[in-house]
Design a protein around this ligand. Structure first.
Ligand code: MF3
Ligand code: CO
Length: 252
């Protein structure tokens, strides 16, 4: 499958999908409080998604049983919401969500602090977010895909954090996952040329300690091998001839 170039019509639909997903994230951030269960977060997210007439991208995707991925502390991504799991002051919670609007997906993730968190973890969350912005400095027509990967990897390395290698960003459009795969670490090639109209979900997953991860018994939840915290930050991005358009972060 080649990397698809979206038409003006498709870009308009993805722009709307992104705008809605941004609202979903704003509502989730506002609601996130100590004492909530991760299932409460999922329920709210699904309700907001459906209130716009959208479908949750993740529900039943490869059998995923919920609408939102809620990953707490050492959980990297794909945490399955549970009524058993209560979030507490001092936790970090990564919320990953996707919406389908008229057949087009948007995908975005944020890591939030629940109440006060320690300075070490706070820095991890900030560096993870910033690594996305370092990467997208290269996200424009004429550059190459792995310029983005290299910039993320290079930025994170100076802090001594572990960059997750088993999971990558991806193209997005009529499918949640399209070509190309977008690593968050340095690769020795520059990869395919970026062209206006490509839509990419760029999503660094960064660990405080080792880069190594493992999968829990549920075969979804990815956790750090050393039990230290991990953060995630993702937006759906439109490549143009100039600055990239962040479809899931329009307010900035
Ligand atoms: N942002 C994640 C990804 O691109 C979300 C997928 S979760 C799944 O892999 F449940 F849909 F698989
Ligand atoms: Co994604």
């Amino acid at each position: 499958m080649p990397i698809t170039i979206k038409s003006e019509r498709e870009i308009a639909l993805m722009t709307e999908a992104g705008r809605i997903l941004e609202i979903v994230h704003t509502e989730l951030e506002r609601a996130l409080k100590p004492g909530m269960t991760t299932l409460d977060i999922d329920r709210l997210g699904e309700e907001v998604i459906r209130s716009f007439g959208c479908e949750p991208s993740f529900l039943n995707y490869n059998g995923y049983p919920a609408s939102i991925c809620v990953s707490v502390n050492d959980e990297v991504v794909h945490g399955i919401p549970s009524k058993q799991r209560v979030v507490r002051e001092g936790d970090i919670v990564s919320l990953d969500a996707g919406v389908i609007y008229k057949g087009y997906h948007s995908d975005a993730a944020r890591t939030h602090a629940v109440g006060e968190i320690g300075p070490e973890v706070k820095k991890l969350v900030e560096v993870t977010r910033q690594s996305f912005f370092e990467g997208i400095k290269f996200a424009k027509e004429g550059n190459h895909l792995f310029d983005i990967s290299n910039a993320i990897g290079r930025y994170v390395r100076q802090f001594g954090y572990g960059v997750v290698r088993e999971l990558c960003g991806h193209g997005i459009g009529t499918h949640l996952h399209e070509e190309p795969e977008i690593p968050n670490f340095s690769v020795l090639r520059r990869g395919p040329k970026l062209k206006a109209g490509m839509t990419l979900a760029i999503e660094p997953m960064i660990n405080l300690g080792t880069a190594r991860v493992r999968w829990l018994e549920d075969d979804w939840t990815v956790v750090t091998a050393d039990g230290k915290p991990s953060a995630h930050y993702e937006n759906t991005v439109l490549i143009t001839k100039g600055e990239p358009r962040l479809l899931t972060l329009t307010g900035k």
